[in-house]
Each structure stands twice: as structure tokens, then as C-alpha cells.
Design a binder for this molecule. Structure first.
Ligand code: FAD
Ligand code: 2HG
Ligand code: ZN
Length: 483
């Protein structure tokens, strides 16, 4: 892709406007004026080290009004922008492609209010997920979303990507939990839809467009969200299984026997566990190797009762030969360490170099076949091995089994066009043939912009473009990405 000449080049005059408006410490400038400030590179690169932009200006507004003034100026002067939260996104959506101005939300990080009776939390978009969850913990509540990047991702970023995470199975998607949104449109209009109502059937639910909108129609500045009661009894079981058929049986049993206390059902294959082990050197919780592992979490109100249920479940599935081996966490430290074998996968896979990531919804019976087919394809192409010349270290599958969401990851020593050619469009075609989705939770961003047609019809893409044009007629919001 080429830089779109419709967008203006940044000048000293623009920079002066912004720094006068936002004040000291709220801009990172590089190469436009003489006074280059901090290191701008962290804002130009993504978490995977796969995408790299060339912004010369990062703005950190401190209020909704400031976001409004910044966007209005950008819109009037045809300056393209990229909204940026914790920059933990996995599809290249949060970094510029060329010289777009980064609008980083980290200074808007306050908790605005919390209602202890209803569980309604209102936060600034730049509030870090873990900070909000720790705050809620003290009140006996839990944030309805949890994911491995919780220490750095923003709630605004979570909403903008409609992140799914580890407990969607229990608490549902942000499309249901988010009660209200405050956002700024490119022309500076503040959309105050920060409702705290659970029910509100008065016309189109416009906030839904911002949820998963990936920063293409406006900037989210505030979020109101319904938080569930925190369960005081949390238990975790870690299972080893001999086939994907048995994983499915175990899932059915877990739903049946653990029903209302089931809060996560995660899948990991042996390849993913092997690579985690090679990085952490930690001792795996189960002896011997099993092709599949599952992590089951329960959250309920009665520790004894929940323990008994989980123990009975484990006894049953082992007796029936569904599960080959299993352990139950004995305390909070063990719970954390068992979760580490699942949550730690993305970080460990990055150890060798680049990872090709695919985040897919697939009908559950065929969920793992994609990993096998992909491994076979990469093997046939002679691209996998232990030698320095073999680009691929491993083809692994893991993910949110409870939501039919597979993460297919191909860990490489370095991003390599030969590997990419084997994977794309193969993976997308494979998924499309089975009426799956090419993005279950990470979004499209830059990574999948050319592939939206594998999951959406022409009619739907046309409607999306019309909405984009309505909200952002000048096209300044996160250009070159999926829309
Ligand atoms: P960023 O990465 O900064 O931005 C993501 C997108 O949102 C960009 O397009 C950006 O322009 C836009 N955006 C950000 N803030 C705003 C705003 N205020 N207004 C408008 N647009 C905005 N995702 C899952 O769904 N489930 C997981 O389990 C999961 N686990 C992860 C584990 C790890 C270790 C990592 C690194 C990532 C994981 N992710 C997961 C990816 C996930 O998308 C992000 O972690 C998170 O939701 C993005 O939040 P962020 O603040 O980092 O947003
Ligand atoms: C997870 O579930 C995240 O761990 C990241 O969604 C998945 O890195 C990935 O592909
Ligand atoms: Zn995930």
C-alpha cells in the first residue's frame, strides 16, 4: 500500500497547535520540530514486532474535551489518526501504517464511578484492565473480561476490539456487558451515550458500532460496564487427554456436571505445552505426554460444594476413560501456576522470533483439524525443523474451547515470506469452507484487511463502508486498516 496523498503532512504549525492545547508532557514528537522529546518508537511498533509505522507525533489527551478538540483539528486539516490504547492488539490495528498521528489514551485512566448495588462501573477509556479489576476485587466484584494482556491493555482498547478472553463462556461478550459508551467522532462531536441502564429499547443501539469498531469511526473516551459479583470460591483442574474426540466429550461433561459454576474451558495441544516448557523450563503439571490438555475453572459461592463437584467430575471422566490424567489445584499459587501454562503461551511462542497468528471461530467438531492440516502443509513444504535454516519452530493450537475459538499459531525464527505463502490464504479458505470466522476475537486491523470477504458478504461489507462514511466522511480514523 501507498500513503494516501489526501492526508496532510504534519507541520510545525500543527504541532504547535497541539502542544499549546494539551500542555507539557502530553506529546511525543520526533522529527517535526527541533525539540524531539521521548523515544517515539514504542508507539510505532506493535506487541508482536510485526508492524511498524512512522509517526512523528503521539498525542496524549487528558480529557474528553481535549480528544474532541484534537480530532476536530485533525479533521479540519485532513490529518490522519490512529487511536491507541495499551498497544497489545494482535492484528496491527493500533500502530500507524505511515505517518498517522497516534492518539494514545493512557492519560485518561481514572475510574469515574462504581455502584455497589448494581455493579455498574464507569471508567475512562485509558484505564488499564487489571487496575479496574483490582479495584473491583475490593468491592467484591469482578470485571467481566480477563485476558493475558490485562496488565497493559486499556478498557477502551478492549471495547474497541470487542476482546473475548478467558471467561467469555461464563460472563458473555462485551456486546452484552457494556451498558454505555462516551465517544468522540472525527468532527469533534461528543457522543454521550454513557448509559447505566441494563435495558433501553429506544431505537438503534449505536454504541454497538464502537464495540469491535477498531477505532475506525471515533475514539472511545468512557465506558460504562456491568460487572458480576466476584465468586469467592475458584477452583482449577488441569487435564490430559488422548484425542480431540475426548476433549469434546470432556467439554460436554463439564457443561453438564459443573453447569452454573463453570467459568473457563481452555484447550492447549502438546506442541504448545512443549514450547512453553522450552522457554520457562518449568515442570509440567502432568507426568508423561498427552496430545491435548484442558484447563477447567469453576467459580462459585461455596468452596466445599464446588470442590466436591469438581472432584466428582474428575473422578467420573477418568473412570470413563475420557480423561487420561488430571490434577486439581490445591491453593491460589497452584491456580496461578496452572493458568500460566495457558496464559503464558502467546508470550513464550514469541521467544524464537515471529509468530503467525490466526484467531478463528470453527464449528467445534472440526476445530483442531485445521492445526493438523496446517502442520502437514508446513511439513510437506519442508519449512519446519530444529535447524537454524528451518524457519518454523512449531505449529500449535490452543484457545477458548468453550467458545469454539481456536488460536492457530505458527512460531518461527523470523517472519518469512515462504511460510506466509503456505498459510495465506490457505487458513482463510479452510475456515470459510466451514462457515467459520477468520477473526473470533482479535479483529481485522491491518493483518486481515484483505480477507474480510472470507467471513462477510458483499452486502455486509457495503453496509459497513456506508456506516464508515457516515461517521468519518474524511476518512481520517485509522486509515489503511480493514475498512
Ligand atoms: P490497542 O492494541 O492499543 O488497540 C487495539 C485496537 O483498538 C486498534 O485498532 C486501536 O486503534 C483501537 N483502539 C484502542 N483504544 C481505542 C479507543 N479508546 N477508542 C477507539 N479505538 C481504540 N484478545 C482477546 O480478545 N482475547 C484474549 O484472550 C487476548 N489475549 C491476549 C493476550 C496477550 C498476551 C496479548 C498481547 C494480547 C491479547 N489479546 C486478546 C489481544 C487484544 O485485542 C488486546 O489485548 C486488547 O483487547 C487490546 O487493548 P489495547 O488497549 O491494548 O488496544
Ligand atoms: C489468547 O487467548 C489470546 O491467549 C492470544 O487471544 C492468542 O496469541 C494468540 O494467538
Ligand atoms: Zn484468545
Amino acid at each position: 500500500i501507498k500513503r494516501d496523498p489526501r492526508y496532510a503532512q504534519l507541520t510545525e504549525e500543527h504541532v504547535k497547535f497541539f502542544t499549546d492545547l494539551l500542555g507539557e508532557g502530553s506529546a511525543v514528537i520526533d522529527g517535526v520540530t527541533k525539540d524531539a522529546t521521548d523515544d517515539i518508537e514504542p508507539f510505532n511498533g506493535d506487541w508482536m514486532r510485526k508492524y511498524k509505522g512512522h509517526t512523528k507525533l503521539v498525542l496524549k489527551p487528558g480529557s474528553t474535551e481535549e480528544v474532541s478538540k484534537v480530532l476536530k483539528y485533525c479533521n479540519d486539516h485532513m490529518l490522519a489518526v490512529v487511536p491507541q490504547g495499551g498497544n497489545s492488539g494482535l492484528v496491527g490495528g493500533s500502530v500507524p501504517v505511515f505517518d498517522e498521528i497516534v492518539i494514545n489514551m493512557s492519560r485518561m485512566n481514572e475510574i469515574r464511578s462504581f455502584d455497589e448495588v448494581s455493579g455498574t462501573l464507569v471508567v475512562d477509556a485509558g484505564c488499564i484492565l487489571e487496575v479496574a479489576d483490582n479495584y473491583l476485587k475490593e468491592k467484591g466484584y469482578i470485571f467481566p473480561l480477563d485476558l493475558g494482556a490485562k496488565g497493559s491493555c486499556h478498557i477502551g482498547g478492549n471495547v474497541a476490539t470487542n476482546a473475548g478472553g478467558l471467561r467469555l463462556l461464563r460472563y458473555g461478550s462485551l456486546h452484552g456487558n457494556v451498558l454505555g459508551i462516551e465517544a468522540v467522532l472525527p468532527d469533534g462531536t461528543i457522543v454521550d451515550d454513557l448509559s447505566k441502564l441494563r435495558k433501553n429499547n429506544t431505537g438503534y443501539d449505536l454504541k454497538q458500532l464502537f464495540i469491535g469498531g477498531e477505532g475506525t469511526i471515533g475514539i472511545i473516551t468512557g465506558v460504562s460496564i456491568l460487572c458480576p459479583q466476584r465468586s469467592n470460591a475458584v477452583n482449577v483442574a488441569f487435564l490430559g487427554l488422548e484425542s480431540f474426540e475426548k476433549v469434546q466429550q470432556a467439554f460436554r461433561e463439564a457443561k453438564g456436571q459443573l453447569s452454573e459454576i463453570l467459568s473457563a474451558f481452555e484447550l492447549m495441544d502438546s506442541y504448545s505445552q512443549d514450547l512453553v516448557h522450552r522457554v520457562t523450563k518449568n515442570k509440567h503439571p502432568l507426568e508423561g505426554e498427552h496430545p491435548f490438555y484442558c484447563l477447567i475453572e469453576t467459580s462459585g459461592s461455596n468452596s466445599e460444594h464446588d470442590n466436591e463437584k469438581l472432584e466428582k467430575f474428575l473422578e467420573y471422566v477418568m473412570e470413563k476413560g475420557i480423561v487420561a490424567d488430571g490434577v486439581l489445584a490445591q491453593d491460589a499459587t497452584q491456580i496461578k501456576s496452572l493458568w500460566g501454562w495457558r496464559e503464558g503461551i502467546p508470550e513464550c511462542l514469541g521467544h524464537w522470533g515471529g509468530v503467525y497468528k490466526y484467531d478463528l471461530s470453527i464449528p467445534i467438531s472440526e476445530l483442531y483439524s485445521l492445526v493438523e492440516d496446517t502442520r502437514e502443509k508446513i511439513t510437506k513444504a519442508g519449512l519446519i525443523g530444529d535447524g537454524d535454516k528451518d524457519p518454523v519452530v512449531g505449529v500449535v493450537g490452543y484457545g477458548h474451547m468453550g467458545d469454539s475459538n481456536l488460536h492457530l499459531n505458527v512460531a518461527t525464527r523470523t517472519f518469512d515470506k515462504r511460510v506466509e505463502k503456505e498459510l495465506e490464504p490457505f487458513v482463510y479458505e479452510w475456515v470459510s469452507k466451514r462457515n467459520g470466522s477468520i477473526s473470533a476475537e482479535h479483529g481485522l486491523g491491518l493483518a486481515k484487511k484483505n480477507y474480510i470477504g472470507y467471513s462477510r458478504s458483499e452486502t455486509m461489507i457495503k453496509l459497513m463502508k456506508q456506516i464508515k462514511n457516515l461517521y468519518d466522511p474524511n476518512g481520517i480514523m485509522n486509515p489503511y486498516k480493514y475498512i
